[in-house]
Design a binder for this molecule. Structure first.
Ligand code: ZN
Length: 98
């Protein structure tokens, strides 16, 4: 079951990155991101594809919260891209602080 959630989250984040131009439209990285969305996994990429995927997509999956520096779980990556780089608990704390 956990695998399915991860697959869903992976697809969701990659789709978001494409839609918001974080992965450039028409670039090889977009093609590979779409391939990974289709497969639901980055396994089975050729070494060349993997190199591009690691360069353009993976940095988004290895983000740390700007405040508490925890590594962001996949389900919080989209939120962090929208709120300037904070995990959900820091973002909540910051937005309550007025
Ligand atoms: Zn945080």
């Amino acid at each position: 079951m956990e695998m399915e959630t991860e697959t869903m989250e992976l697809r969701e984040v990659l789709s978001y990155l494409i839609q918001h131009g974080e992965i450039e439209t028409g670039s090889p990285a977009e093609g590979i991101a779409r391939l990974v969305i289709g497969k639901g996994s980055d396994e089975g990429l050729t070494p060349k594809q993997r190199h591009i995927y690691e360069k353009y997509a993976e940095p988004f999956f290895n983000r740390e919260c700007r405040l508490c520096h925890i590594e962001m779980p996949t389900c919080e990556i989209i939120g962090a891209l929208e709120n300037g780089g904070y995990c959900s608990s820091c973002n909540k704390m910051l937005s309550n602080d007025d």
